[in-house]
Structure formats: structure tokens, C-alpha cells
Design a protein around this ligand. Structure first.
Ligand code: FES
Ligand code: FE
Length: 410
């Protein structure tokens, strides 16, 4: 049987054999792979931070993560969004402990260094008595994300000064994915983010976005509760489901299934816009652990009743005890254990569903290529992992730009 390369010295492209649908299971569990991901993906890509509706006033802030780095997204005095690393320049302690709020400045709890909303060091206890002239305050502000930008109120940041503009990273396909949620109404995020930890690799969570294979199996009890028969589920997800999907540049993917819309902006942001209007982010917390965050979106003009219904709907499905995520989360944890198997380390995971079944071509209409083929397929996962390997093998943004696969390219 054909296999995949195992040696850490080989390229990541060799460990993800999308031609034959074979993927080295260790990429979902290995410490060294994860260390490279933090460097080449999470310190390089544009990452979703939060939505502008969460920071309407000057001084508003929201804590997020870039990889494992804690960051504070602020609305500065000039009204700009800034992304500051939440690590004091003195000894690295947190300068902000609240998840969100409004503050004129951030004071480190250890020795009291104080930073303004743009990260400038504005206060040092004992500056005159203890430092005399040895500390140049201007040189000791908080580290910032290299670039911050937003698209339709969705705020992104990157740690890489060489990253191309957000517009180019998202591409027409990525922007269309965000448009779908932004067009839902005059949207805002309701206060409070659903968060929970899972002992699962972040990529396994992301992959589930367009996994329609599992729905009728993992969520059988939920579908029973909805009164949906097995044959309805099979017809909906496994038969007659040819249609256009998107395998976007840099690994963004979405299906365009009627009544469903699950989109993924590489590496770890997803949007559901069907019954639920949600952004999901999987913050990595190690090779075998992640924290899931769910941002609930509502139309600002919705009635109090509709707003409550949207919130209840999300909580009852996507919270840690939600009817959907309970089923999924347990599976992802077991997948991660399986990925970490020592006895099966030479046996790849199978990604052969729909192999060679569809084609990606220029649609000419929407401004980005469409994939035409079955919607219940592992083509999304194969495409995302192929892109993942290209990110992991690239030495820099210019290298990635020069050597990544273009959707539909022959
Ligand atoms: Fe922050 Fe010392 S660690 S002031
Ligand atoms: Fe699921």
C-alpha cells in the first residue's frame, strides 16, 4: 500500500498525500509539528480577533489569542483598533486580566508599569527615585501585532510584517464567505463568548466544518429529536448532493449547500450561517488541546424575542453541554488519541472519499473558481491539508505567495 513519509526531516508536503488520500496521522498530535505550526501558521496568517460591534466606544477592549499569545484588542483614543501583546515588558506578567471591558489604560499587577490603549508605556512606579535616567520609557511599550485590518467589521491581525494585505489573504472567496454573515443584517456580537476546552487537535475541529459524512451518525439522537428519519438524512447528505463548493486560495473552504452554509477561513475561523449565525475559532493550546470560542451574531434590529431565540438556539446546540458539540467534541478527542497512537504510527489516516470525483474551474461569475462535485466529500479536508503543508513548508510570506497552489490550477 502506498504510504506517507514519517520522518520529521521530510517536507510537510510528503506527509500529506492528497493524490491518494493518505495523511500521516502524527500531524494531528506531534509536538514538533505543533511547534512549527505556531511559527509558520499562527505567527504568519491573518487571524480573526473579534467583531467591531464588540468595541463600540473608545477604551473598549477584548482579549483574544494569536496562536498561544495572549493579545488585547483595543479601541484607542483615536478610534483605531489596535492589537497589543498582553505581556508586560518588564517581566512578562499580564497587564490585563479581564476578558473584555472598558479602560483608560492597563496596569501590570506585579510592579505597576502602566500602558495606554496604544501600548505606550505611560507610567513606571519609582521612575525618578529608582531608575534615575536609565529607563527610556518610549522604548518599552507593549509589543503589537505587525498589522491590524478589518473587513466589514470583522477585525483580523497578523504578527508578520511581510503578510500581504488582509484583502489579498482573504481573496474574493474569503470575502464572499464573510459577506454571507455580514449580509444577514446589521449584525452585532451578543456579549459573552461561549468557550470550552477540548483535548483535541485544533485541525480536527476545523475539519469537521464541512464533514457531512458524520451528521447522520454522530448526531443521530439530535436528528431523532427533530423527527428527521434516517432516509431523509441519507438523501439530504449522501445522495443527490452534487453542486458547487469553494476550495479557496490559502486553504479557505466552504460548501454552498442549500439551507446550510459552513465556511472556513484558514487556519481556524469558521462561520455558520444557516439556522445559527455564529463565528467559531479554535485557539490551539498544545498539539492535543484546543479552546473553542463561539461568537453569537444577531441582527441589531431584531426584536427582543428573536434575539433571545438566537441566543438560546446557540447555547442549546454549541455550548459545552449543547446537543451538537457534545457529540462532536468527544469524537475529536478520540481522533486525537488515535492520531497519537504509537502502535499505528506507520498507518496513515484515510482521506479517500470523493477522490477524483469533482473538478475545480473558473466559474467566471463569482470572481473565484468553484469546485463542482459531491458536497459530502473529503475534498475540503484534502484541499485544506494540502494548503496547510504549503504553509508549513514555506520559509516566509513571499515564499508562500510564490509556491502555494491556486484553486483550479492545472
Ligand atoms: Fe510588569 Fe514588573 S512584570 S511591572
Ligand atoms: Fe457535528
Amino acid at each position: 500500500m502506498a504510504s506517507v513519509a514519517k520522518c520529521a526531516a521530510t517536507s510537510f508536503r510528503d506527509r500529506v498525500n492528497t493524490q491518494e488520500g493518505l495523511v500521516d496521522r502524527a500531524i494531528f498530535s506531534e509536538d514538533e509539528v505543533y511547534r512549527v505550526e505556531l511559527d509558520k501558521i499562527f505567527a504568519r496568517a491573518w487571524l480573526f480577533m473579534c467583531h467591531a460591534s464588540q468595541l463600540p466606544e473608545k477604551g473598549d477592549f477584548f482579549q483574544s489569542f494569536m496562536g498561544e499569545e495572549r493579545v488585547i484588542v483595543t479601541r484607542s483614543r483615536s478610534g483605531e483598533f489596535e492589537v497589543l501583546l498582553n505581556a508586560c515588558r518588564h517581566r512578562g506578567a499580564l497587564v490585563c486580566r479581564a476578558n473584555a471591558g472598558n479602560a483608560p489604560s492597563f496596569t501590570c499587577a506585579y510592579h505597576g508599569w502602566t500602558y495606554d490603549l496604544s501600548g505606550n508605556l505611560i507610567g513606571v512606579p519609582g521612575l525618578t527615585d529608582l531608575y534615575e535616567k536609565s529607563l527610556d520609557r518610549d522604548a518599552w511599550g507593549l509589543r503589537k501585532a505587525a498589522q491590524v485590518s478589518s473587513y466589514r467589521g470583522f477585525i483580523f491581525a497578523t504578527l508578520d510584517p511581510e503578510a500581504p494585505p488582509l484583502d489579498e489573504f482573504l481573496g474574493e472567496a474569503g470575502k464572499a464567505m464573510i459577506d454571507k454573515l455580514a449580509d444577514y443584517g446589521d449584525v452585532e456580537v451578543v456579549p459573552g463568548i461561549i468557550r470550552h476546552r477540548l483535548k483535541a487537535n485544533w485541525k480536527i475541529g476545523v475539519e469537521n466544518d464541512q464533514d457531512y459524512y458524520h451528521v447522520g451518525i454522530s448526531h443521530a439522537s439530535l436528528l431523532d429529536a427533530y423527527g428527521m428519519s434516517r432516509s431523509e438524512v441519507h438523501t439530504r447528505y449522501w445522495q443527490n448532493n452534487e453542486g458547487p463548493s469553494v476550495m479557496g486560495e490559502y486553504g479557505h473552504t466552504t460548501d454552498l449547500m442549500t439551507g446550510h452554509y459552513h465556511a472556513t477561513i484558514f487556519p481556524h475561523m469558521s462561520m455558520l450561517t444557516d439556522l445559527l449565525q455564529v463565528v467559531i475559532v479554535r485557539h490551539p493550546k498544545g498539539p492535543r488541546e484546543m479552546e473553542m470560542w463561539y461568537f453569537t451574531f444577531v441582527d441589531k434590529n431584531a426584536s427582543a424575542e428573536d434575539r433571545k431565540m438566537a441566543i438560546d438556539r446557540n447555547n442549546s446546540r454549541l455550548g459545552p453541554t449543547g446537543m451538537v458539540e457534545q457529540d462532536d467534541g468527544e469524537n475529536w478527542e478520540f481522533c486525537t488519541i488515535g492520531a497519537n497512537s504509537h502502535a499505528m504510527r506507520d498507518v496513515p489516516f484515510n482521506y479517500q472519499m470523493g477522490l477524483g470525483a469533482g473538478t475545480t474551474g473558473d466559474s467566471g461569475e463569482v470572481g473565484y473558481p468553484l469546485y463542482t462535485g459531491p458536497r459530502t466529500t473529503e475534498e475540503y479536508a484534502r484541499w485544506r491539508l494540502k494548503c496547510w503543508a504549503e504553509w508549513m513548508d514555506a520559509d516566509s510570506w513571499p515564499d508562500l505567495q510564490a509556491h502555494h497552489s491556486k484553486p483550479g490550477a492545472k
